[in-house]
Design a protein around this ligand. Sequence first.
Ligand code: SF4
Ligand code: SF4
Length: 121
Amino acid sequence: MLSQIPTQDACLSCGACCAFFRVSFYWAEGEIMPNDVVEELTPVYACMKGTNQKNPRCVMLSGEIGQQVSCSMYEQRSSSCKEVQAGDAQCNKARSAHGLIPLIEIEPVLPSNDEDFDQVC
Ligand code: SF4
Ligand code: SF4
């Protein structure tokens, strides 16, 4: 399977999860967010505007998905935004929906002494 290794920078050229899920959270989290970026869902829950629709895309996402993106309120983003981590199941589900290859961890290959091979020197 083709893959990329998840790194902290992976999100800067992705943005898929900001345009796939309904990004909902406890309403009080919205109190520290900029005006007019939150939509009320229930008396208890709210979501990021733009994510409660058939083709979701958070209003705070700038740029082109799979190329270069940024979050316009990164420091104030919700707990739901923080929950998705590069390379986890949610991440790769969103990436797949946008035609992006999955991010996977690759176990380091440790050197081993294989007795079937002759020592060169
Ligand atoms: S889908 Fe994964 S890689 Fe893309 S922005 Fe979200 S967490 Fe980052
Ligand atoms: S607030 Fe930022 S991190 Fe959260 S969904 Fe919107 S663009 Fe993505």
